[in-house]
Ligand binder design. Structure first.
Ligand SMILES: Nc1ncnc2c1ncn2[C@@H]1O[C@H](COP(=O)(O)OP(=O)(O)OP(=O)(O)O)[C@@H](O)[C@H]1O
Length: 259
């Protein structure tokens, strides 16, 4: 594995005439949390789908955990992905679903059982683990989705709105889990519209607008006004760098990108 958990060079995805992701360059170090922000339709999910090999780039290159994103088998064994709608089998119980994923991942059975028990307990799901997923609430399904994404202790974890539908305690558990993963040697690529979550957790924030990375930097760097030294909120930054662009996209927003 290289010292970059995720690296892309001019990564591009076009759908017909529309460019969903436009020459994206990322260099995300290992053991860090990258907060990926952007308005609806900016290209965040498309980026994550390319990085997790679920869709093929139209142009450009990328590596994740040292593996080329065109090499699906090499990438998939090193990553976990929580998409917006986690793929779950409603007819299975939560525990059966997790055993099924552990089997797909070839995890040794005894280790998998211990890890499943531990994670179910961590997310307060032990009491419901033997009920069918079809009877789960949205938040309970989200918890199973998070657990299955991290079951094999991946090097790089992609999370799309991980706290969606979760009660405050579960959301806190997710935030603590992300922080402790990055305290180890995992890298977390976190896409969310909940700005305080990225503000708290991210080492670096990147903002995507209309398929392009319009700003990138540490939260404190982005929030400090260079001229006055005053603090502003991440919401101010987000609105500033994603505002003031016409529909034809010909006017670039103000960039706070680090030199
Ligand atoms: N399969 C597809 N076919 C055609 N266009 C697509 C497809 N997937 C995404 N797009 C387009 O690509 C652009 C980026 O979409 P994407 O889902 O990546 O945005 P996003 O930043 O994840 O948005 P949100 O925050 O709303 O989830 C949008 O204009 C969308 O319509």
């Amino acid at each position: 594995m290289t010292d970059r958990a995720i690296e892309t060079r001019n990564l591009t995805k076009r759908y017909g005439d529309e460019t969903a992701v436009d020459r994206l360059n990322l260099a995300i170090p290992e053991a860090s949390v990258y907060g990926f922000l952007g308005p609806n339709g900016a290209g965040k999910t498309t980026t994550m789908r390319m990085l997790t090999t679920l869709t093929t780039p139209s142009d450009g290159t990328g590596t994740v955990a040292g593996a080329d994103i065109t090499d699906r088998d090499a990438v998939v064994s090193n990553i976990g992905y929580l998409p917006e709608d986690p793929p779950l089998h409603g007819e299975l119980t939560g525990r059966e679903q997790l055993r099924y994923i552990a089997g797909l991942r070839d995890l040794p059975e005894a280790d998998a059982e211990d890890r499943i028990d531990d994670l179910l307990d961590r997310f307060s799901l032990s009491g419901d683990a033997d009920k069918r997923i079809s009877a789960y609430s949205k938040g309970m399904k989200q918890k199973v989705g998070i657990i299955q994404a991290m079951l094999h202790d991946p090097d790089v974890l992609f999370l799309d709105e991980p706290t969606s539908g979760l009660d405050p305690r579960a959301a806190r558990t997710v935030r603590d889990t992300i922080a402790s993963l990055a305290d180890g040697d995992a890298t977390v690529f976190l896409s969310t519209h909940i700005l305080p979550v990225v503000d708290e957790l991210a080492d670096t924030i990147g903002v995507l607008y209309d398929g392009q990375l319009v700003t990138e930097g540490a939260p404190d760097h982005l929030k400090s006004r260079a001229e006055s030294g005053d603090e502003r909120t991440l919401e101010d930054v987000f609105l500033e760098v994603t505002g003031g662009i016409g529909d034809n996209g010909d006017e670039r927003p103000a960039s706070t990108e680090e030199a």
